[in-house]
Design a protein around this ligand. Structure first.
Ligand code: MG
Length: 373
């Protein structure tokens, strides 16, 4: 890895792991974190979890897995350009959605409703719970025993009351300080990834049209650039050439703004970053365009009636499963039954959150359809 800036997180000065382990011989601590994440069960399940479109709706739509890979790829470009820790951003990006329920945000909202009287459910916190507790792979500890800096990056947001129960990793929410720049950039890389791939998936599905997008400045400006450079280009190539330019503009703008901000702040260490103001993100003009695209996607894609029908179905499946397992915890697989003895609602939520879309559908059928095994 190229030399790190003084404000980057260095693996040599990590705040370490909850359970002490000998240092890795051939890898950095954050490479080890990334490898543990890639080998985890929760990571493989991302392949069959909804991003916007349910996994079985089409082979070409993004899933949580390909989304996470796209986030990692953008985050690594940002980190390399800014001399930040590429291994760390890769680990954070690959783990950031591990706690997502089946059926995307619809599943998360349904599970949160079910858990209202029991502390709620939040996928971001569940990602941390997955790497801290739920993975069962190692002899000496629960979870993946990741470094503080990776865990800090996974926990993007958190209510203060909950943060107080999380020890070190929750402290910044109580103190109103910042996480590392690596963590802050992963958050923005997530947004760049989904805004752009949801345009692509929205068009592919036919739920969005090119005419609609031509009214959105960020899209229109780049489509125009493509038409000037490649007159007559149409179809998928036109869309892809436009989206790649949008990503390039967003990434370049973010790097430029971050460099300017770093020049002003002149941090001498990662602690200066943590104690300072949050990263400003995009320039005023690009930030405005990016937010307009986000609003457009919310109103026209995420709230499209065909997506909402899926949402309604997902809500019913998650709610039915939660009620059935809560009423009769002995229906749970053995390892969750043991957890249910301590806290039934949380054990049920953990089980449901871990399910892939198709597993949840099958479990629902097994529990509610006569004639199924
Ligand atoms: Mg994400």
């Amino acid at each position: 890895m190229a030399e790190l800036a003084c404000y980057a997180v260095s693996a040599d000065y990590s705040r370490g792991r909850l359970f002490q382990e000998p240092a890795p011989r051939l890898r950095s601590e954050f490479q080890r974190d990334r490898d543990r994440i890639v080998h985890s069960t929760a990571f493989r399940r991302l392949e069959y979890k909804t991003q916007v479109f349910v996994n079985h709706e089409g082979d070409l739509f993004r899933t949580r897995l390909t989304h996470s890979l796209e986030v990692a790829q953008i985050a690594r470009s940002l980190a390399r350009a800014l001399s930040l820790n590429e291994d760390l951003v890769e680990a954070i990006a690959l783990a950031h959605d591990l706690g997502h329920t089946p059926f995307g945000h619809a599943g998360q909202d349904a599970l949160d409703d079910c858990m209202r009287a029991h502390g709620g459910f939040e996928h971001n916190l569940q990602s941390l719970r997955t790497v801290d507790l739920l993975e069962e792979r190692y002899a000496e500890f629960d979870g993946l025993n990741l470094c503080f800096e990776t865990r800090e990056g996974i926990l993007k947001h958190c209510a203060i009351a909950t943060a107080r129960t999380l020890g070190d990793v929750g402290r910044r929410f109580v103190d109103a300080t910042q996480p590392s720049l690596e963590a802050q950039l992963c958050n923005i890389a997530d947004e760049i990834a989904y805004n752009n791939h949801d345009v692509d998936d929205g068009l592919r599905s036919g739920l969005l049209t090119l005419e609609q997008l031509e009214g959105i400045e960020l899209y229109a400006v780049h489509a125009e650039m493509v038409c000037v450079r490649h007159p007559g280009l149409s179809g998928r190539r036109l869309i892809h050439e436009t989206i790649r330019r949008m990503i390039d503009t967003l990434v370049t703008d973010l790097i430029g703004e971050t460099r300017r901000w770093l020049d002003d702040l002149a941090p001498q260490s990662v602690d200066d970053v943590r104690g300072g103001s949050p990263l400003p993100g995009f320039s005023m003009a690009i930030g405005t365009q990016s937010r307009a695209l986000k609003r457009f996607l919310r109103d026209n894609l995420y709230r499209h009636y065909q997506v909402l029908r899926m949402t309604a179905k997902a809500r019913r499946i998650v709610t039915d499963l939660f009620q059935a397992f809560s009423a009769e915890p002995r229906l749970l697989p053995p390892q969750y039954q043991a957890r249910a003895l301590r806290d039934t609602p949380r054990a049920v939520a953990d089980y449901i959150a871990g399910m892939t879309d198709r597993y949840a559908i099958r479990e629902h059928r097994r529990l509610f359809s006569v004639g199924e095994d």
